[in-house]
Each structure stands twice: as structure tokens, then as C-alpha cells.
Design a binder for this molecule. Sequence first.
Ligand code: ADP
Length: 732
Amino acid sequence: MKIHSSLTTSEFSAALAAPSERAEGLFREQREAVYRATDHLFARLLVLEWAVLIVVALLVAPGSWPGQTGRIDLQIWLAVVFGGAITLLPVALAQLRPGAAITRYTIAACQMLHSGLLIGLSGGRLETHFHVFCSLVILSFYRDWRVLVPATLIVALDHFLRGAYWPVSIYGVLSSGSFRSVEHCAWVVFEDVFLAIACFRSTHEMRATALRTAALEASQHANQLIMDKSRDVICANDAEGRFVSVSAACEALWGYKREELIGKSCVEMVHPDDRERSRLANLEIMGGHPVTNFENRYVRKDGKVVDVLWSAYWSESDGTLFQVARDITKRKRAEVALQKTNRQLASAHQANQLIMDNSQDVICSLDAQGRFLSTNAACQSLWGYSAEELIGRCYLVLVHPEDRVRSKQVEAGTRTGGKTDLINRCLRKDGSIIDVLWSVSWSAADEILFCVAHDVTERQRTEKALREAKEAADRANRAKSEFLSRMSHELRTPLNAILGFGQLLERQAPQPKQRLHLTHLLTAGHHLLELINEVLDISRIETGRMQLSLGPVSVKVALKEAIDLIQPLATEHSIHLFVAPKNETDHFVMADRQRLHQVLLNLLTNGVKYTPAGGAVMVNCRIDDAIVRLAVRDTGIGIAPGMLPRAFTPFDRLGAEQTGVEGTGLGLALSRRLVEAMHGRVGVESVQGEGSTFWLELARTEAPLEVIAANSLPDAPSREPENANKEECVFA
Ligand code: ADP
């Protein structure tokens, strides 16, 4: 049983120890009560005796003192006055100071004086001497031997004095020897001895009783402390199951106050599903079989259900069921959670086992020295060894000798890095070599390497074949570009000669028919030259031999030059060529000036070429943070959606061959390569029959002069207006 922490060991010990002080107190209280009770007893007895003395003086004394009339008056006076004095003084003390020592001693002395007066009034009759012995016995009610001392002294004094000077009043004879008084006193002392013994015994018993009472009180106090401070539920129930006493913990368990619980039936609070079981357990307990660790559930006052663990026994003599219980709700919940976790663990283990058993890959664990601790059946198909053959052997025996050092190094790295992948060659049992991919992770806590080994021989072969094929393709591509480049060079020299001589012939006033032939010759020659130039440019870009000189290029200037150059062609085709909206702000892009010019010319030429007469071609420039976007939009024939993805494919004219419009099918392909070589992007949006928009984006940059100025004046304020992030700019 647990005791609440606030109940300290010393507190508990102090409660349990039978305090001698308390016993002494109880003893004194008891003795005081005896003294007071005896004082009151004597107060009443003395008054009664006084009355008896007066009656004796009136009725008995005349017979005892014949012929002495005068003496009769004296006896009455003695009975009234002296008797009154020895009665009223002790009665007054008994009322005013009950229990005090002076009261007791005075009562003892006066009681004995009453005996002496009675003997005297009776004329020394022997029978009245018994009053002395009776008085001593009654005085022993005080259980204090000391009261016998004044009483005995009074008796002795009375006997010796009156025996010597007035023997008739004490012995009823006219003369008497002193021996008679000694004999009387001896009898009194004889009785005193036994009465004193009785007083000692009685006092001893009283002290023992006080000690027992104190011990009982201490035990009850300790019990109460346990009841109040124990975390366990301690309670006693009657035969009907009603609570007789409950510890403080009962309130916490059931949510009822102590007053509400007392008299309430314990069974009422048992969970309905557990009632029958609890009833049977109760019968067993009451049949004399104590129950320990019995569990059931209760419904608290607030409706919550609590799990309780019980120990109980039935006391037939008390007709009481003593029970100690504990709230185990948390423990039960923890048990349920643990069971759930165990179930999950078991199913996870089962799943793991299934994976292990059915995996095509080897799943294994190695100890710190690299020896197999466990492996699944896949090792048989991977290495040709069974699990039993591998357990306890180092994995390095499987590794190709040339790969062992590297494998060992990777394994060491895994211990610091935690997880690594490694491909090495392994020797199968049949001597064949396979490539194995190891995924290794190191568990520092268990000092175990967990590995998954996968046969990648086929994959390695395929990858190698692919690599070789790609290298061959690259070589072929390079050879093709090289060939194109050489061919273009070789073709350009004779073609220039053809064009040159053609132009010479044209100036020599040829016949109209000859002029027509010359025009065909020159047109075809120019077309061929354009084609060769573009092929040469593309092959240069592809072989990485295109030299670009990137620097800040004014968008305004680039667009103006391109438009000026295209304007005659546009006029010839009746196309309205313009820039919109107009804006005087200039911007700079990072580009090769000549190549940007080439790209713009190509886009503008296409716009004019593929737009019917009367149409329009518009150029637009938009600034988007660090990007400048130039767009050439036309109202031409547009491109079918299915053909758009092929717009930048070399030699693909998207069916323009049938329209009679001249072209090589290389312009857009070359433009894309050039823009990308300048770290930009190019694209197209088009709606068939409505028109197309070809756009290009290039990185925005500072104007060359501003760069110089900024470098020489580092603290100069920024040139950019705050809201200049996005703007439209157009150049006339
Ligand atoms: P081409 O010398 O034939 O013009 P390009 O590479 O410049 O070669 O263009 C490829 C094809 O894209 C063109 O043949 C044409 O079919 C289509 N095209 C290019 N620009 C436009 C345009 N502005 N409008 C409609 N079609 C266009």
C-alpha cells in the first residue's frame, strides 16, 4: 500500500508510538475523576452520618448514659455542634475543591472523627468500633494509601487519649489499660496494610488501563492518517455492501464526497458489464476466501469509467468487508496501447519476413567486422551460396579481389556517413562474375551494417552499351557538322564566283531573254548562298565554334536598324510595319549586336513574308524585371496548332513550300540557337488565319556609359525609377 508523500515516516511513527505522556495524562485524569467521585460520595455520607449522630444522641445516648441527665444535653450538643463542624468543613471542601489533596485528607480525618463521636455517643459500645473499620474501607475508595495515614493517626490519638482520660466514652468501662488502645490500633494498622496493598494494585491497574487507552488512541490516529493520506482506496463495507468508512482516496476514485459515500452501496457504482463477476467475487470473499488482485470497472459520479484493482477480506467478527483498491485506469490504458504496439510490431515483423522471403534482392545484416549475421534466401540466386553457408563469413570473400580495397573503404565511410551506395564485382559460387549494387546503412546503436544487394549486371551492360551508342552518335553528329561546315565553305567560294560573274554579265547590257536568265541565276544563287550561310551558322553553333561577343546592346538602336532595313520590303508587300506603343525610354540587353540584328531581321522578314498585302506587322518591347521581351506580331496566315511545335525545326517549312513564298526553313532554327547562345529564350504563339507572335527574351543590362559611371562613382544614386519594373517601350 502506498502512503501519500505528505505523510512522512516520522509523522507515521509519531502517530503509532504509544505516548507515555498521553498515558500519564489519561492516568491523572482517571485518578482525578476517582478523587472527585469519592469526595462527593463522602460529602453525602458525612451529611447522612451527621444526621445519624443526632438521632443516636437523642435516642441511643440516654440508654447508654443512665442517670446522667446533664450529660444527655452535652451529647446532643456534641452531636449537633461538633458533629456539624466535622461534617460541614469536609462537605464545603468537597464542593469547593473537589479532587484536591487537602479535601481528601480533611475528609479522612473528619470521617474518623465521626467514628469517634459515634463510639462516644454510644457509651463506648464495642459494635460501634466497626464504624472505624468500615470508614477505612470506604476511604480506600480513593485508591490513595496516603488518606489512611491521617485517618489512622486520628483513630490512634482518639483511642489513646480517651482510653487514658475517659475510657467509658471509648471502651464503655470506667478504667482501662493502655494495652487495650494498642490492641485496637494494631487491628486498625492491620487493616491499613491490606487496604494500602489494594490501593497500590488499583493504581497499577489504572495506569495500565491508561497506557492501553493511549496505545489504542495512537493506533486509531495512525489508522486515520493512513486513511486520509493513502493514495490507495481503503474502505470498509457492511454485509449489504454499503460503505461504513472510506479513505480520502475514495473521493478521488469515485468523485463522490465522503459524506455521499457513507451508506451508499458499492455495487451500485460497478460497471453494468462487471456486476455479475463482482457479485460472485463478493460471495467468495464472504465465504471466507479473501480475494487479491481482482479487477473490475466502476462508473464515477461524472460518468467516466475507471479500472480498479481490489484486495478484500471479510471479517466475520466485525461483520465488515475490508477492502484496499487502486485506480489502474492509466495502467490499463498503457497495457492496451502496449498490446496494440505489440500487434503492430508483430504484423510489421510478419511483413518484414514476407519481404525478406520474397525479395529478389539480398537483404542482409553484417556485424562490425563485416561478417554475415543474417540474410534472406535471395543470396542463393545472387551468389549461389545458401544462407547457412554465408552466416559467419565476411562479405569480402564474395567481392572480386580487385574491388576489395575500394569496398572496404566505402564500408568504412558508411560508418561515419550512415548510408552509402556502392557497385562492385562479386564472384559467384560457380566462378562467374556479377555486378552488385549494395545499399548499405550503419546502425551505430546496434553496431550492425544493414545491406540490400541487387544484381545490376544486366543494367551495367545496358548502360555501357547506351554510353557507347551515345558516344558513337555524338561522334557521327560531330562528323556531320564538320562535313556541313567544310561543305559550306567549299560551296561558298565557287558560288561567290558564279554570283560575281552573273552580276558582271548583268551590267553588260544583256538581251531581255538573257537578262531574264541572269535574274533566275542570281536569285537562285542568292538563295543558295543564304542557305549555305545558315547551314554554316547552325553547324558552327553545334560544333561550338560560333564566336559571340556579348555586351550591352541598345534595344532602341537594334530595333530601329532592323525596321529601317525591312521597311522597303514591307512597302513592296503593302504591309504596314510599325512599333507600338511609342516610348522614348531606351533599354539595354546582354547580346551579340550582329546576331541580335540577324534574329530580328529574320522575325520581321517572316512577318512580312507570311502576311498578305494590306496586313500589319507590329513590334513590341516589354520590360519584366531583369528581362527584356521583344515580340514581332503580324496579322498573317498564322500557323496550324499541330504544326506549332515544329516551328523551330531545321528545314521544316510547315507546308510553306506550297505557298510560293521563298525560304530555306532554317531561319527560325538558327534564330533559336542564336538567342539561346545569348542565354535568352525564343517562342511563338499563333492562331491560324489570324496571325502569329514570335517573341524573344534576353537579359536586361545597364547602359555601357552608366556602367562606367557607376564604377567610377560607386555612391551615385540608382538610375532606375522606383516603378520601372514593368514598362512598355517602343522606338520610332
Ligand atoms: P523560312 O525560310 O521558310 O521562312 P523559317 O525557319 O524562317 O523558314 O520559318 C519556318 C516556317 O515557319 C516557315 O516556312 C513558315 O511556314 C513558318 N513561319 C515562320 N514565320 C511565320 C509567320 N510570321 N507567319 C506564319 N508562318 C510563319
